[in-house]
Design a protein around this ligand. Structure first.
Ligand code: ADP
Ligand code: MG
Length: 496
């Protein structure tokens, strides 16, 4: 009966060396409070800001990646409000002339339009101590912050979550932000309202803050859907307000009533020049924001990679999808592929063959399943593991050429991740070379048959599943080394 309407506001900390308007270090990892500060970012009287060119370029790149219109003329504005975490009593932001306008991003097969992307400065961090005192850490004050606003076009928590995930990948691929939500490098605010189906007019929206994971974005939207529906059903009104998300209780709670733009008394920042983007006569080269070159410099983006993986490697959509979920895995995989091609070339093999494709598919399976499992169980990330891309490529080749069984490969893989040793070494040390010799396998099969009269009888009575049990026994006896296909054949012959 009701339709959900969601628009997002996403902030991302830009990965520049220095802050937005001064040359103080921009280091979100700094744990000592009030180390990266100077009179400019502390807003001391008599100081003047200067614009960080890199930050402007990063926003232009994001704009290009989202097919936004890049402003020719843009400026900064003062957003006035008082809070202990803004030392100047105002935040330098952008009001009516953002760097980027329009653009779109496709999520779950649907095009979501972008309203704008602009640049501003971050606030300091307030820390409310258990002692009853509060502290302010100004390391983050005036760090470059990008804000992206979407049109109210999403219709579910899942869509909002996917949008944020895709946006994170784009920021990471562009190298403009690490965009880690848990670390607050990317912050998503969900604006959400309900309206009657077929009703054109939007309902009153609520803005949800403090969402520090993608899951929280979805959960908060879904909670709010239910809360608003219950209100409307009772004939009550939704109040326009800002609500927080309580991760433990999985509920939103009222924080404050919504301010409007006029409360902030925006006006053009008088201490900064307005900006003309792109080539301009009379502007010194060092001051030019080269909009066209920035477009040409864009790396391959997640969607394009996905497409290429599907066409070039013949990967299924769902496998390719997992592979691009995080940048680390994607780039690791690509290195494995190039190492594999290197290995095949060394062996004087043609690399444009079905064999190469098949080994690449094998690599995808191992990366998406076995490796993922090992990393999860050992609480590691790709960057923590010692295994090189070359060694993983070598392991795939060994599996493909049936030098080891897939059971043995799991053991070898775990060892490689842990120690960084090469696969040959581990296989030799653990004696894991695959047993392919039918005669040798026959000997073991005979022993297994002698020792297991009951399953043998079951099989003869028509219970074909018993073969699996006997096969398992052979595997156990050979520590997973016996070639499963050969073993099965031998077993079935000897059981006749
Ligand atoms: P405000 O002036 O309150 O900040 P904006 O018009 O700037 O509102 O929109 C802020 C965000 O809220 C945008 O992402 C927009 O898409 C979204 N939004 C606006 N109206 C609604 C609505 N009725 N329901 C859900 N989201 C909305
Ligand atoms: Mg707003």
């Amino acid at each position: 009966m009701y339709e959900t309407v969601i628009g997002l506001e996403v902030h991302a900390q830009l990965k520049t060396k220095t802050k937005m308007f001064c040359s103080t270090r921009n280091d979100p990892e700094e744990s000592r409070p009030n180390i990266n500060i100077c009179p400019v970012c502390l807003g001391h009287p008599g100081t003047l800001p200067t614009i960080n060119k890199k930050a402007v370029e990063y926003v232009v790149k994001v704009g290009h990646a989202l097919s936004s219109k890049i402003a020719k003329h843009t400026k900064f504005d003062r957003k006035n409000y008082f809070y202990p975490d803004i030392p100047k009593g105002y935040q330098i932001s952008q009001y009516d002339l953002p760097i980027c306008e329009g653009g779109h991003l496709e999520v779950l097969g649907k095009k979501i339009n972008i309203t704008r992307v602009h640049l501003e400065e971050d606030t300091a961090k307030s820390i409310h101590g258990a002692s009853g005192y509060s502290f302010v850490d100004f390391n983050r004050a005036s760090a470059p912050l990008m804000e992206l606003v979407t049109e109210p076009e999403m219709t579910s928590g899942d869509e909002a979550k996917s949008f944020c995930e895709e946006l994170q990948r784009i920021f990471q691929y562009l190298g403009v932000s690490d965009a880690n939500m848990e670390k607050g490098q990317m912050r998503c605010e969900v604006n959400i309202s309900l309206k009657k189906k077929n009703n054109k007019e939007f309902g009153t929206k609520v803005e949800i803050k403090n969402l520090n994971s993608f899951r929280a974005v979805r959960d908060a939207a879904e909670f709010e859907e239910k809360r608003q529906e219950a209100l409307l059903e009772k004939g009550e009104k939704v109040i326009q307000e800002t609500r927080g998300w309580d991760e433990n209780r999985k509920i939103t709670y009222s924080q404050r009533l919504k301010e409007s733009a006029h409360d902030y008394r925006y006006f053009p920042e008088p201490d900064l020049p307005q900006m003309e983007l792109g080539e301009r006569e009379g502007i010194p080269t060092k001051d030019i924001i080269d909009v066209e070159s920035l477009k040409a410099s864009l790396p391959e983006l997640p969607k394009q990679k996905l497409g290429r993986f599907k066409t070039v490697f013949g990967i299924l959509e769902k496998d390719a999808d997992i592979l691009i979920t995080n940048k680390e895995t994607t780039f690791y995989f690509e290195n494995v592929v190039s190492e594999l091609k290197g290995l095949l070339k060394e062996k004087k093999e043609d690399i444009y063959t079905e064999k190469t494709k098949a080994i690449i598919k094998l690599a995808i399976n191992y990366i998406n399943t076995d490796l993922k499992k090992i990393l999860r169980e050992t609480n590691k990330k790709i960057s923590d593991m010692k295994m090189s891309e070359e060694d993983l490529a070598e392991l795939m080749l060994l599996i493909f050429e049936k030098k080891i069984t897939s059971a043995a490969a799991k053991t070898v893989l775990a060892q490689m991740v842990e120690t960084g040793a090469d696969p040959d070494h581990i296989i030799e040390e653990k004696g894991l070379l695959q047993l392919n010799d039918a005669e040798e396998i026959s000997k073991i099969v005979k022993e297994v048959i002698d020792k297991n009269p009951k399953p043998v009888l079951d099989y003869k009575n028509g219970n074909l599943n018993s073969v699996q049990f006997l096969l398992g026994q052979v595997m156990a006896k050979t520590k997973g080394k016996a070639n499963p296909a050969v073993t099965k054949e031998v077993l079935e012959k000897l059981l006749l």
